[in-house]
Each structure stands twice: as C-alpha cells, then as structure tokens.
Design a binder for this molecule. Structure first.
Ligand code: ATP
Ligand code: MG
Length: 585
C-alpha cells in the first residue's frame, strides 16, 4: 500500500530552514525577507545582479564556486563569485559601449553555456531587461518573441543564428546588435564576436540606481494551453527568489544545487540562476539533455545536495528503472523537489525507494515568478499533493460567478480555481503587449491562476487540472491528473494523458493516451487490461472509456504534456500554436 502521508523525523543531516509550518508563517513578512538582502550600496535601490553576484564577490564567498558548467562533451568550467562578478561587469560595460540603455531588451538564444549566465546577469547589472529563449526554438517562435519584446540585442552563436535568426532577420527591425558566443565568428550582419568584446571591456562596473519596480526579466510561458504569453518581472522579484530558495528548496550555505531546467523557461532562471546565487550556494549547470545514466552520474559525482527537477524527468528515470539508481552513491542528496506538472503519487514514493528521498512537489507559474505552494523539507508529504502555501503567500480555492464576483470556498475538499492574494514581490507586472489579458487575471482582490485545485482539512492543496483541460462527464468534473495517476500505477505504463472527447449522452467521456515502459508491447489484450484497471481504480464515472497507445506523448520543451494537442488531433481541429512543442520546428 502506498503511504497516505510520509512523515519526517530528525536527526537531520542539516537542520531544515522550516521546522514548524505555523511558526514560519506567523514569523514571516516580505519586509523582513527584503531586509535579509543587501540592497545597492548607499540606498540606491535593489538589483537582482547585485544580490546574486556582487555582494558575494565583495565578501567571504568571493572564492566560492558560483556556477560549475558541465559541457556536453565532458568539459568542466567553473566561475567563482569573484570571477562571475568580473565577467558580468564586462558584459554590462560591453552593452553600454554599444549604446544599450536601461530598459532596452536583451534576448539570448543559447544552450546552457557560461555566456548565457553571464549575459543574463550582466544585462541586469546595466538595468536592461533580459529575456532568455530556448535554443531549440525554430525561426518563427524566435521571431515572434523578439518582435513582441522589441529585442534590441540578441546573444547567440553563429550556428544558431544561421539556422534560427537569419531566415527572419528582415522582420526584426528593432534588432540592432547580435553578439556571438563561441569561436565561430560567422558572417552575421551587425554581428560581433562576444569573446573579444568582453576582453576589451572593463571588469569593473558600478550598478546604477535600480528601483525595485524596474522591469528586469521577460519570460514566456510554456504554451501548454495556447499561444505563449510574455510575463514581465521586476528587480524586486529577487526577494521572493531568495526567500523561497531558503524556505521551499531548503538551501543552506554549503549546498551544491542542481536545477535541471533550461533558463528558456522561468524555472531555469528563477531557480537556475537567481535563487541559488542570491543564496550564495554552488550551482551546477549541465549543458546536455536528459539521459538517465548521465543524470545519476551528475548527482553522485558533483555531490549534489539539493536537486530541483520536473515530473517528466522523474517519469523518465522511473522508466529507466530504480536498479540504475542503486549503482550510484547518492548519499549526499538531502532534498529533492519538482515542479511544472502534477507529480503523480507513484513518483513521490519512487523517489524514496530509488533516491532515498521522497520527491517534494511544488507549484507555481511563469506569472508568479517563484514558488507559491510547496512540500517543505521537514514537513509531512502527502503523495499527490502540491503541499501548502509558503510563508508570505495566501492561497485559496475560489469560485467566480457569472457576474465576475469571486467568492472563497471555505469547506475543505471542494474543487474550485486556485487563487492567490497579490502582493508577493515576484508577481508578474503585465503580459507583453496584452494589458487586457493581464487585467482579466485579477478579480475582487485575487489573482486567478487558471488552475483548478482542492484544499484538504490540513491545508494541503491538491491539483485537479487546468481550467482548459478539465473534463465534464455526466455531471462530474474530472481532472486529468487523477485519471493519469491511476493509470501510472499499472506496471506497463510510463506516461499517460487524459482528455475529454464529445459524447452524445455524457457531454464528454474520458479518453486516455498511454506510452508504455520498455519491455511492454501495445496489444488489444493490454488495452482491455488497462481499461479494466482504470475502472477498478477510478470507478465507471471517471475511468477512461477509451485508451490508445502512443510511442510518446506530445510535450512542451519544458516537459509538459500538451493535452490540447491530443484533443485537437483527436477531433480533427487545428493544432493552434505549436511553437513550444518538443521536436517541433
Ligand atoms: P501556458 O500558460 O502558456 O499555457 P503553462 O501554464 O504550462 O503554459 P508555465 O507558467 O510554465 O506555463 O506553467 C505553469 C503551470 O504549470 C501551472 O499553472 C500549472 O498548470 C502547471 N504546474 C506547475 N507546477 C505544478 C504542480 N506542482 N502540479 C500541477 N501543475 C503544475
Ligand atoms: Mg499558464
């Protein structure tokens, strides 16, 4: 039987930052969280890059490794806080030399290489606005984002430029400078080699006065439910990154941290750059893509203590089998967390067996900028739950009436929209070019997340589904997550996605798509077995009526299952925006 609750008990290898949930909440204020940071010298405001880099470079952590890069071919490169401060100052000076000013937009289209991290932090130092793009995007998604964001500078490589930017360059009138990382100088109009430019620039740069509400970052959403939106974030967000790094990821001074997300989506920036550096830890960056064997090696050999990854990666590790994990010494690993999609209860418990730690789910969005709800290191985990709101965060289940008014649902166990009280520092301040859509996210003093959830009597939140994905069948609201988690309990199932398909009687019925684990073959017998299995677990009303096998499920590049695509294909409808589809153009 799977445990309903995983309790934690000391003695702790390192005392967790939150031992008592109620006390941590009561004792927390955003003002105090702000006071834990330095601020720019002489009261000149708050700048992300100062908190993440310069303040450590000026103190006892100067010689500590800030970023350790693992190259795809096995090469390693390290930047201490002191070296990172110099490199980012050079970048800021180089930008200034090109005439780039505060508020100008600097985009990056690069893999997880040092130049990407230097560009991000150097841009923030100058007071310009940084927007990272997935290097796997094709020309059209690159064009659309650069055009919407009025990109003035693009940091990329000659190879990426040729493939993804050259075909659309004529449509990007705002793009004035292209800075090329790597040795290939390319033949790029208006292009400059980044290396020599940085060498020629001064390693000293004084961060100009920065207001906490100055625009800092633009992040595009994953595009799971439609066309990606550009969420705008400000320098003050670092207060939340730092606080949640400590509270939700339990970061401590000596930690070696690995966030597996690409900075092309918000997790890879908030928790792949800003949070770990603002906490002064050593952060590992792996250039390579997922590979089960490689990932275990990184965990073991880099002696990772805190690991932040995604459900899709966990499912892939599960698919590879727990035996593979046992070949490695993972004894340093203290805390494992995941975000981005619902984490099936199977996966939480698998973590305990294979990694020696349960996996701690947490919830947030591009719009929230930082973790809002989470399972914390020392607190009981209920497998399948996202955990409880972080200190400083007020979350509720609400219903919005026809008249637009929002009412809180007080009774536990009742489904509704997940809503947050605005006011946390990393809250987005707008969608690029879509003020109306931004305003529509707020009503009656709440930020409406677009996700459906339940809260139990202990205050734990349970994800039901996205508003767009929920299935309405014979008067029931069915969350795909529940259906998928049940199917995942079957030994043959590696991945599952549930959608609603039209039904003359029930309005919709559930159809599930399933990808199998290695060693299993799709057959009519297995299909019938899974239909029966679903019915036994979920009951007739909720169980999938139809099941189809697919070799893999369509996913966003950030690893989320794209149910809307399965649905469009099933119903023969247009596929809509597929710019973030993995393996797509
Ligand atoms: P788009 O808004 O473009 O459709 P997206 O919502 O997937 O894309 P992100 O901001 O990257 O873009 O993802 C946030 C969403 O991911 C959340 O709103 C939620 O639906 C889902 N999510 C994140 N973490 C969790 C979690 N722990 N459990 C369940 N769902 C999660
Ligand atoms: Mg979203």
């Amino acid at each position: 039987m799977r445990p309903q609750v995983i309790e934690k008990r000391g003695p702790w290898p390192v005392e967790p930052n939150v031992l008592d949930y109620a006390r941590a909440r009561d004792g927390f204020s955003w003002a105090a969280a702000r006071a834990a940071l330095d601020g720019l010298p002489h009261g000149r405001g708050l700048n992300i890059a100062h908190e993440a880099v310069d303040r450590h470079a000026a103190g006892p952590r100067a010689g500590r490794v800030a970023l350790r890069f693992l190259g795809a071919e096995g090469e390693r490169r390290e930047l201490t806080y002191a070296a990172l401060a110099e490199a980012t100052s050079r970048f800021a000076n180089a930008l200034a030399g090109l005439g780039v000013r505060r508020g100008d937009r600097v985009f990056a289209l690069l893999g997880r290489v040092p130049e990407l991290y230097v560009a991000a932090l150097g841009t923030l130092k100058l007071g310009a606005v940084f927007s990272p793009l997935f290097s796997a995007f094709g020309p059209e998604p690159v064009r659309a984002r650069l055009a919407l964001g009025l990109g003035k500078v693009l940091v990329t490589s000659a190879a990426l430029y040729r493939k993804k930017v050259a075909p659309v360059r004529a449509e990007l009138p705002s793009l004035a400078h292209v800075l090329l990382a790597g040795d290939d100088p390319g033949n790029v109009p208006g292009g400059r080699a980044l290396g020599p430019l940085l060498e020629a620039a001064s390693p000293r740069f004084e961060i100009p006065a920065t207001a906490p509400a100055d625009l800092a970052l633009v992040h595009f959403t994953s595009g799971t439910t439609g066309r990606p939106k550009g969420a705008m974030h400000v320098h003050e967000a670092v207060v939340a990154h730092h606080a949640t790094g400590r509270l939700a990821l339990d970061l401590h001074d000596e930690d070696v941290f690995w966030c597996t997300a690409d900075p092309g989506w918000v997790t890879g920036t908030s928790y792949g750059i800003v949070a770990p550096l603002s906490c002064g830890v050593t952060s590992i960056v792996d250039e390579a893509e997922f590979d089960a064997e490689r990932w275990y090696r990184v965990l073991a050999e880099e002696r990772i203590t805190v690991w932040y990854t995604a459900p899709t990666a966990v499912r892939m590790l599960m698919k590879a089998g727990a035996a593979l994990a046992r070949g490695w010494d993972l004894s340093r690993l203290r805390f494992v967390a995941s975000v981005g999609e619902p984490l099936n209860p199977e996966a939480v418990v698998w973590g305990q067996e294979a990694l020696g730690r349960p996996i701690h789910d947490n919830w947030w969005q591009t719009e929230t900028g930082g973790i809002m709800i989470g399972n914390l290191a020392a607190l009981p985990v209920k497998p399948g739950s996202m955990g409880r709101p972080l200190p400083g965060v007020t979350a509720a289940i609400v219903r919005q009436g026809e008249d637009g008014r929002v009412a809180e649902v007080a009774e536990p166990g009742v489904e509704g929209e997940l809503a947050l009280r605005p006011g946390w520092p990393s809250m987005f301040r707008g969608y690029l070019g879509d003020e109306a859509r931004y305003r529509a996210c707020f009503a009656d003093g709440w930020y409406l997340t677009g996700d459906l959830a339940r809260r139990d009597a202990d205050g734990y939140f349970w994800f039901v589904g996205r508003k767009d994905d929920v299935i309405k069948s014979a008067g029931h609201l069915i969350g795909p997550f529940e259906v998928e988690s049940a199917l995942l309990e079957h030994p043959a199932v590696a991945e599952a996605a549930a959608i609603g398909i039209p039904d003359p009687v029930a309005l919709e019925v559930v159809k599930a798509f399933v990808a199998l684990k290695p060693g299993f073959t799709a057959s009519e017998a297995l299909r019938l077995e899974l239909v029966g299995f679903g019915r036994a677990r979920l009951g007739r009303a909720v169980a999938p009526k139809e099941i189809a096998f697919l070799p893999t499920l369509p996913r966003t590049r950030s690893g989320k299952i794209m149910r809307r695509l399965l649905k469009a294909r099933e119903l023969g409808l247009p596929e809509g925006d597929t710019s973030t589809l993995e393996g797509g153009a």
